[in-house]
Ligand binder design. Structure first.
Ligand SMILES: *Cc1c(COP(=O)(O)O)cnc(C)c1O
Length: 850
């Protein structure tokens, strides 16, 4: 019989074990190795079976074992020591506390959070990144509050059927069995968040709170009796369904999320967020809710928009148009012609998400476009992705050069304590005196080559063992009652060069590029002297049959008896698998179609463990590959078509493996050590570890974006919102006048035949219409003149007002130093100037000389 309802009875721990309960309640256990060891020691077998989930472990362990532990002095002492350590971690000043004028709080909104494998609230990179962001924020003392949804089934569990086809299942999570608490009112009733829907209906949600170290994470959940059956299902799955279902999730996340934070702040009497960070467009409606609040305080929509923009950061994560949420205009219109957002006119909403540019579609509402219009600051997630995003969204600033499009970049990072294998940490501690592998001096002789290689081998062996168990378990699940064939217990070899490849399976990531020349791949795998083995994993989106077909091709290839011990596909890629996979591979392979991989983080996690990368120069690798930390697969950008490009890039990959990677890996000295390879490992660890850490990323977000955003917001709200009114009025006036603003004439002089060291004098005549000279920024832009008219490597200098006589264009003057020889050119650019604008392109208005 099937259960119609499930619930978890929480264990009542013996009072002596109160400390253990405290440790389980804070998700710091997901990255704090000593705490994980304590839980593992309670019952190592159960700990592994239950996916390293302390709450489930404490629920499942035999009461007699708990009784024994309650009388185990050493165990209790260790638990209490860990609680003391946790308490000081939560209290003590950390990096952020040393900053002046930093925001009192930052709210970080994301549709998914990947924190631990026992909490499957993520589908891939975006969610893991959000989890890592929270963890590093906690370690650095950044007062962040995370906001997301609690999905009853999370992301799917993947199995592969006998035919190689992906099957999805959605195991239901029980909130009572997870380390989270319901947010309650002072009277003990559950906090309710309510959103008005069309036809007078309403969507209700409760709010869960997880504690991630110092950071709170609020998760909204619609699975409550106040909702009818259909609305209970709004938070059923991560990205289940499309269209309206997805819209309801995003309304709940953005609008409901702001309301939940507001309630939390009131109930706890803590600081309200000054900055809102939206992780991709999905949470974008958060800005509209805040606008509605400000309208209630007496601002107009345009004025409220200025305040909201000042304190908002938008991060875009994908250069793939299909990765951006777009809704049917009619749907948006229906949902916003209600009481959902008091005071907000539906037409103002529609204008924010309108694709009102040449290549746009007038029938859709674009969440990324709205995200950019609601945020004064925006970024991509690697340098290259920043550049690609400036191109992709450049149509929103049509008169500006791509370089001026106000989207910067912060390259992603990964949370080192989560992603560094405990064996590496132990080695660093023992030989280099620190668990902090990013700070350890890996170039030092204190760790010998032999020691480093021994740990690398143990990590490879650990992966091999895990892979064997997974392959056997997957077979037995697919063939109930049968026993797995003997060879499955022997797949892979702990001494063979191991290449890993795991990621989601959208087409651009090219899972099957390695199959391009199957004979060549087979030869690499079965080489008698220098064999290679491949460990592969990845989930396809449930609706993406093309992706599933790629998995099927790969699984079928891996079934051939001649290669099946050298290439395995592991089903159900998740955090638990990833933590063993990255450290266990010698080479981490990534072969996306450049430039569609915004950053890519799996290769970073591999590098932290001393794996070398073999990758297309895309995302993070484009800025960090240095010739010594791995290999770059050249992009065949000039190829005639996609097929030729695949062929060329696949050949380059095979060549690198055959002629460079395998020979270096198998070149052993008299002690059996691959000295040259070890040199690359040391170089990777010492140079990349600090750069790739999420601590570096979060510090950049704080210093370059959160702090300036908080300052903008404080300034604009300083005098009873008067400045918000002024800025809104200025933008309107500048737009009205701009049709008459022009650079009418530019004179230059001061040098006859220019030489290095000379100064060029520039005088620009600018017609200002009714704007004051102080309301424009006039700059000379100079740079190298290429074959066309376009300037490259441009620099700017501000020109200052020289004369402003009635009825005449104003004149602005300045100089350009000629520092280098060659062919140079310049132009003069005029943009609106106001103290509250964050960049010159913000208004979209610009005039240049012709
Ligand atoms: C890191 C990670 C990802 C993202 O990897 P990319 O290289 O960015 O594609 C996806 N899934 C899991 C389980 C991860 O740990």
């Amino acid at each position: 019989m099937k259960a119609i309802r499930r619930f978890t009875v929480r264990t009542v721990l013996p009072t002596e074990l109160a400390a253990v309960g405290q440790l389980a309640a804070n998700l710091r256990w997901s990255w704090h190795e000593p705490t994980r060891r304590l839980f593992a020691s309670i019952d190592p077998v159960l700990w592994n079976e239950l996916d390293h989930d302390p709450v489930a472990l404490l629920g499942a362990v035999e009461p007699s074992r708990l009784d024994a532990l309650a009388h185990d002095g050493a165990f209790i002492a260790e638990a209490e020591r860990l609680v003391a350590d946790l308490e000081s971690y939560l209290r003590e000043p950390r990096w952020y506390q040393g900053l002046a004028d930093a925001p009192a709080r930052i709210a970080y909104f994301s549709p998914e959070f990947g924190i631990a494998s026992a909490i499957p609230q993520y589908s891939g990179g975006l969610g893991i990144l959000a989890g890592d962001h929270l963890k590093s924020a906690s370690d650095l003392g950044v007062p962040l509050i995370g906001v997301g949804l609690f999905y009853r089934a999370g992301y799917f569990r993947q199995a592969i059927d006998r035919d190689g086809w992906q099957k999805e299942s959605y195991p239901v999570l029980d909130p009572d069995g997870l380390p989270m608490q319901m947010l309650k009112e002072h009277d003990g009733t559950a906090v309710r968040i309510t959103l008005a829907l069309p036809e007078g209906r309403a969507l209700h949600a409760r709010v869960w709170k997880m504690q991630v170290g110092r950071v709170e994470l609020l998760l909204l959940d619609t699975d409550i009796p106040d909702n009818g059956d259909d609305l209970r299902g709004v938070t059923d799955r991560l990205y289940g369904g499309g269209g309206e279902h997805r819209l309801l999730q995003e309304l709940l996340l953005g609008i409901g999320g702001v309301r939940a934070v507001g309630r939390y702040v009131e109930l706890t009497g803590t600081e309200a967020p000054e900055v809102f960070h939206t992780n991709e467009g999905h949470a974008g409606f958060l800005g509209l809710e805040r606008i509605s609040d400000l309208i209630a305080e007496g601002l107009s929509f345009a004025e409220a928009l200025q305040v909201v923009r000042a304190g908002t950061l938008f991060t875009t994560h994908t250069p793939v148009p299909a990765g951006i949420d777009r809704f049917d205009i009619g749907l948006i219109e229906r949902y916003f012609s209600t009481e959902l957002l008091p005071g907000v006119d539906v037409h103002d909403v529609l204008a924010l998400g309108a694709e009102d540019y040449d290549s746009g579609d007038s029938g859709v509402f674009n969440m990324a476009v709205m995200g950019l219009r609601l945020a004064q600051r925006a970024n991509g997630v690697s340098q290259l992705h920043g550049d690609v995003s400036r191109g992709m969204f450049g149509q929103l600033w049509p008169d500006f050069d791509q370089d001026d499009v106000p989207i910067t970049s912060v390259t992603n990072g990964v949370h080192a304590p989560t992603w560094t294998d405990p064996m590496m940490m132990a080695l660093a501690k023992e030989k280099l005196g620190t668990y902090d592998t990013a700070a350890a001096d890996w170039a030092s002789d204190a760790v010998s080559d032999a020691e480093l290689w021994a740990v690398r081998r143990r990590m490879r062996e650990q992966l091999v063992q895990d892979a064997r168990q997974r392959v056997v378990a997957a077979f037995e699940e697919e063939h109930p009652g049968a026993t797995a064939p003997a060879w499955m217990h022997n797949v892979l070899d702990p001494d063979v060069l191991t290449i890993g490849f795991a990621r989601r399976v959208p087409t651009y990531k090219r899972l099957t590029l390695m199959l391009h020349d199957q004979d060549r791949l087979r030869a690499l795998l079965t080489d008698p002297e220098r064999p290679v083995q491949l460990v592969i994993a990845g989930k396809s989106h449930p609706a993406d049959d093309a992706g599933k077909a790629l998995i099927q091709r790969l699984v079928k290839f891996a079934q051939h008896p001649d290669v099946r011990e050298r290439i395995v596909f592991l089903p159900n890629y998740d955090i638990a698998m990833a933590r063993l996979l990255y450290p266990g591979t010698d080479i981490w392979l990534n072969n996306p179609l450049r430039p569609l991989e915004a950053c890519g983080t799996s290769g970073m996690k591999a590098a932290l463990n001393g794996s070398l990368n073999l990758s297309i120069l895309d995302g993070w690798w484009n800025e960090y590959y240095d010739g010594e930390n791995g290999w770059a697969i050249p992009s065949a950008d000039a190829a005639g078509d996609g097929a030729e490009r695949d062929a060329l890039e696949a050949q380059s990959m095979y060549d690198l493996v055959e002629h460079q990677i395998a020979p270096r890996f198998y070149a052993r000295d008299a002690d059996g050590l691959p000295r040259r390879w070890l040199q690359s490992i040391r170089h990777t660890l010492s140079t990349l570890s600090p750069e790739l850490s999420a601590d570096r990323m979060v510090r950049e977000y704080v210093e370059r974006l959160y702090v300036p955003a908080a300052h903008s917001r404080r300034t604009i709200t300083a005098h009873g919102l008067q400045l918000a009114r002024e800025l809104a009025a200025f933008k309107v006036r500048a737009a009205q006048q701009w049709g008459h603003v022009a650079v009418t004439h530019v004179e230059s002089g001061g040098v006859q035949s220019p030489q290095v060291g000379d100064e060029l004098k520039v005088r620009a005549h600018v017609q200002l219409a009714e704007l004051d000279p102080s309301e424009v920024l006039v700059e000379v832009v100079f740079g190298r003149a290429g074959s066309g008219d376009d300037l490259a490597e441009t620099h700017r200098r501000e020109l200052v007002l020289d004369s402003n006589e009635l009825g005449q264009p104003a004149t602005f003057v300045g100089t350009v130093p000629l520092e280098r020889s060659g062919s140079w050119g310049y132009n003069v650019q005029v943009t609106p100037r106001h103290a509250l604008l964050a960049n010159r392109a913000e208004t979209g208005l610009v005039a240049v000389a012709h």
